[in-house]
Every structure is written in structure tokens, then in C-alpha cells.
Design a protein around this ligand. Structure first.
Ligand code: GLN
Length: 472
């Protein structure tokens, strides 16, 4: 087995035994990136020399000592580019600081290595909205890797990274993990600091791990979870030992199957895989309980009001003056703003800014934005009620496996509707993970991965990981 296809846990054993060095892992990764990333397109950039310097200083006695971790290109790492997949920031921004998660990785001994492609400013579900390159699905290069953390998922799946961090505002860790066949965890709102994550929708954004195994997911979450004085939304709650109960199984647990997540619009082949995974958990001693999350049908509409509203405000900082590439000669301030934003942002980002500005504008605020907030409260209440009856919820991640590249180019609404099963966890602030549960036939000779989603209550990551481990 090559080093880049190994899990963190296995590399740690080999490092501790003195069988390999951190440089061996970096060399193996760099060689694989050179030979395979031309086809996959997971990376936007990487700096082997900087990583080697970090490796020389890394403390192998630390929990992630000597392990390279790749970062989605919206997470700051001192001295690295951070483009967010946008022309606005391409060659125009170098991180002057580490995001708190980057600092936490370093603190745990890990080596940040490589910047991963993404939909521009994390807006999208396919990585096709990146202005800086195309990423394909390693299982079938004619198909999308999912998004917006498509580079992260594809890199881990194609063994171009040992593990990666992504961000999830409405599914952007879980959906690409599902499409590429890796484990992707969105922590609860407040569990992980977002300081140094370029903000998309601040009431929804979370950073989380994409890994080759559930154990690796627990290891990475352990390193990045916890209070941070630099992010006031980050909770001061104790971080449990995520590895302690990982292998305890699901015997005696109650697992909910929301009937709204298995109905209209789902590919029957996807449903079959997810139901089969649920039955295996039942055979392992869990009790399956049918539940209802009645406001699910409003989740997409609610999200596509709240997320663009917050984005329109967050992205106002990109003006060509404080941040990003400046267009025009700067002699006229308004003209400089206008041209910088017109030329710097791609079409999906503009669509979101226009939508968000509209729903926040006077006269429409009450009809859209404040109504969406009320529906959000109802969606949250659905989950509160469900978690009174069950320990965790099982569902598909996406109603379909990875679609073909280009298929939704002229149909943003279809693209938004496919986020139906992931969005609610963000609106409710709870945690959820995608764990591979098999593959389905694409009809053209390839096998497409399908993910099982396990949704847990707020700060219920330990339970979540335990169910995911049993499913794995
Ligand atoms: N697909 C969703 C969107 O386009 C979610 C993106 C995300 O989680 N960053 O907004």
C-alpha cells in the first residue's frame, strides 16, 4: 500500500515505529500529484518546499505528528494563496495569518500541504463554479466530484491527499464526500472555530474533515474542535474524546428514518443502498424508527434566502480596494468597485449577491428574509422533537449519485433542489456525516459511490462517529 493511500491512523503507526519519515509521505504525495492530478484537478496549488520545512520541525509525539493535511482554498494558512476559487483573489492575496483550524493542525503536529479546488466562494454543489480549474470525480472522470469542497473530496478519494479540511454551509463537505466515496463530517455550529475561514453565510458555515476512514475523521475533529476567543460563535463546551467510544457499536441505539428523506425525487438505486445500510445497522442491534421532519419541503427555499442574504453582506468586503484584484485606474471610487466586482466575480456569485440583496431590501425583507428565519425555527424544532425519540437520524446525502459534468449548466434551480437532504442540518446547527455505503452502476461502465448520512443532535459528534463507524 502506498503512503498516500494510507489512513492517518496507519501512517501514525509507521511514523512512530520509525519505518517512515514525514518527508517520505510528502515525497509520495508530491509524486502522485505530479502523475495523477493533471487528470483529477483537485489542487489549485501546493508548496512542497514549505511543507518540507514544516516537516523538519514537526513533533512526531503529537497526535497528528508528521501528517500532511490539505486545505480547501478558503481556509487561510500563513504565506499561502487563498483564492476561494475566484478570479478576484487569484494572484491577489497571500494569507497573512493562519486560520484557527490551521494553527490547531500545526499544534497537533500536522503539516498543512496543498490548496484544494472549490466552487467560487463555496457557492455550488459541483466545483464547476470554480473560476480556476476543473475537478473531476476519481470514480468516473466524466462526472462531477460534488461541491463545493470537490477538490478536498477528490484529493482524498484519489489518494492525492491523506486527509483534507473542507467547509460546509449547506452540504459542501458531505455531498462531495458522498459523490467521491470518502468520509465527510460537518460538525455542529459552534464546535469548530471559523476564524480564518473566508465567510460565505456566517450563521451556517462550519469547517470539517474529509478522510479515508471514520477513525481519521475523529482524529481530525479532535484536533480542530474547541473554544476560540477569536470566533465568538465558537462554543466554550468541553471537547469529548472522540476515539473513546468509536468502536462501541450501535446495539440498543434508536436510529430514525425520516420519511420525507426517502420520497419523491430520489433515485431508487440510491434509496436501496441507504436502506440496505440502515438494515445492516439494525442487524447490528440498533432499532430503526420511522420519524417525520415535516418542514423538510421548505428547507431548500429557506436556505436559498438566508445563505445569499448573508453572502451579499459578507462579500461586500471584496471591493478591489481592501481585498482582491483591482480593475480600473482607481480614479473614480464607485467605478473601481463596479468594475472590480463585475470582472472579479463569476456568474453564480453574482446571482447570490443579487438574490441576497433583493431579499434584504426594504419592502421584501419581511416577505422573504424574516419569513425564512421563522421557517428556520420550525426546521430546528423538527429536529429537537426527533432527537427526543432517537439517538441519530439516517438518510441519503444526495438524492442522486454524481451527475455528468456540465449537465446543470443552465439549470441552477435543479442544482439547488439536489441539496435537499443536507441543508436542514446547517439550518438547525446540528452535526452530520457522510459515510460510504456502496456504489451504483452509472450505466456507462463505472461504479458511482453513494453516501449514508448520519445526522446527530447539537454537539452529538461522538454518537455520530460511533454510528458512522458501525456503518463503515
Ligand atoms: N450547495 C450549496 C450552495 O450552493 C451549499 C454550499 C456549501 O455548503 N458551501 O450554497
Amino acid at each position: 500500500m502506498s503512503l498516500s493511500s494510507s489512513t492517518i491512523a496507519s501512517l501514525r503507526r509507521q511514523l512512530s515505529a520509525g519505518d517512515i519519515t514525514p518527508d517520505d509521505i510528502l515525497d509520495d504525495l508530491a509524486a502522485r500529484i505530479a502523475s495523477h492530478d493533471g487528470e483529477i484537478g483537485a489542487y489549485l496549488s501546493h508548496d512542497l518546499e514549505a511543507a518540507r520545512r514544516d516537516a523538519a520541525a514537526s513533533d512526531l509525539s503529537k497526535p497528528l505528528g508528521g501528517i500532511p493535511i490539505a486545505l480547501k482554498d478558503n481556509i487561510n494558512a500563513l504565506g499561502s494563496p487563498c483564492t476561494c476559487g475566484s478570479r478576484f483573489l487569484e494572484n491577489a492575496y497571500t494569507s497573512p495569518y493562519d486560520a484557527s483550524v490551521t494553527a490547531a493542525l500545526r499544534q497537533a503536529g500536522a503539516i498543512p500541504f496543498g490548496r484544494l479546488n472549490m466552487d467560487e466562494f463555496a457557492m455550488g454543489s459541483s466545483t464547476e463554479n470554480s473560476a480556476l480549474g476543473r475537478t473531476v470525480n476519481p470514480a468516473d472522470p466524466t462526472r462531477i466530484p460534488g461541491g463545493s469542497s470537490g477538490g478536498s473530496a477528490a484529493a482524498v478519494a484519489a489518494d492525492l491527499a491523506v486527509a483534507a479540511l473542507g467547509s460546509d454551509t449547506g452540504g459542501s463537505i458531505r455531498q462531495p464526500a458522498s459523490h467521491c466515496g470518502v468520509v465527510g463530517l460537518k460538525p455542529s455550529y459552534g464546535r469548530v472555530s471559523r476564524y480564518g475561514l473566508v465567510a460565505f453565510a456566517s450563521s451556517l458555515d462550519q469547517i470539517g474533515p474529509l478522510t479515508k476512514s471514520v477513525e481519521d475523521s475523529a482524529l481530525l475533529l479532535q484536533a480542530i474542535a474547541g473554544a476560540d476567543p477569536r470566533d465568538s460563535t465558537c462554543l466554550d463546551a468541553a471537547v469529548p474524546d472522540y476515539l473513546a467510544d468509536l468502536d462501541k457499536g450501535v446495539a440498543g441505539m434508536r436510529l430514525g428514518l425520516p420519511k420525507e428523506y426517502f420520497g419523491e425525487g430520489i433515485d431508487p438505486a440510491v434509496r436501496e443502498k441507504v436502506e440496505a445500510a440502515a438494515r445492516k445497522l439494525e442487524a447490528a442491534g440498533a432499532e430503526l424508527v420511522e420519524i417525520s421532519l415535516p418542514h423538510t419541503e421548505h428547507a431548500v427555499a429557506t436556505y436559498y434566502i438566508i445563505a445569499p442574504a448573508e453572502a451579499s453582506s459578507n462579500l461586500s468586503r471584496f471591493d478591489g480596494i481592501r481585498y482582491g484584484r483591482r480593475h480600473g485606474d482607481g480614479s473614480d471610487l464607485i467605478e473601481t468597485y463596479r468594475r472590480s466586482r463585475e470582472e472579479g466575480f463569476g456568474p453564480e456569485v453574482k446571482r447570490r449577491i443579487i438574490l441576497g440583496t433583493w431579499v434584504l431590501s426594504s419592502g421584501y425583507y419581511d416577505a422573504y428574509y424574516s419569513r425564512a428565519q421563522k421557517v428556520r425555527a420550525l426546521i430546528r424544532r423538527d429536529f429537537d422533537e426527533a432527537f427526543g425519540k432517537v439517538d441519530a437520524i439516517l438518510s441519503p446525502v444526495s438524492p442522486v449519485a454524481a451527475r455528468r459534468l456540465g449537465e446543470n449548466d443552465d439549470d441552477p434551480l435543479s442544482e439547488y433542489l439536489a441539496d435537499i437532504y443536507t441543508i436542514a442540518a446547517n439550518l438547525a446547527g446540528i452535526c452530520a456525516v457522510s459515510v460510504p455505503c456502496g456504489t451504483i452502476d452509472s450505466g456507462s461502465g463505472t461504479q458511482l459511490p453513494v453516501g449514508l448520512q448520519v445526522i446527530g443532535p447539537h454537539l452529538g459528534e461522538a454518537t455520530l462517529l460511533r454510528v458512522a463507524k458501525a456503518a463503515e
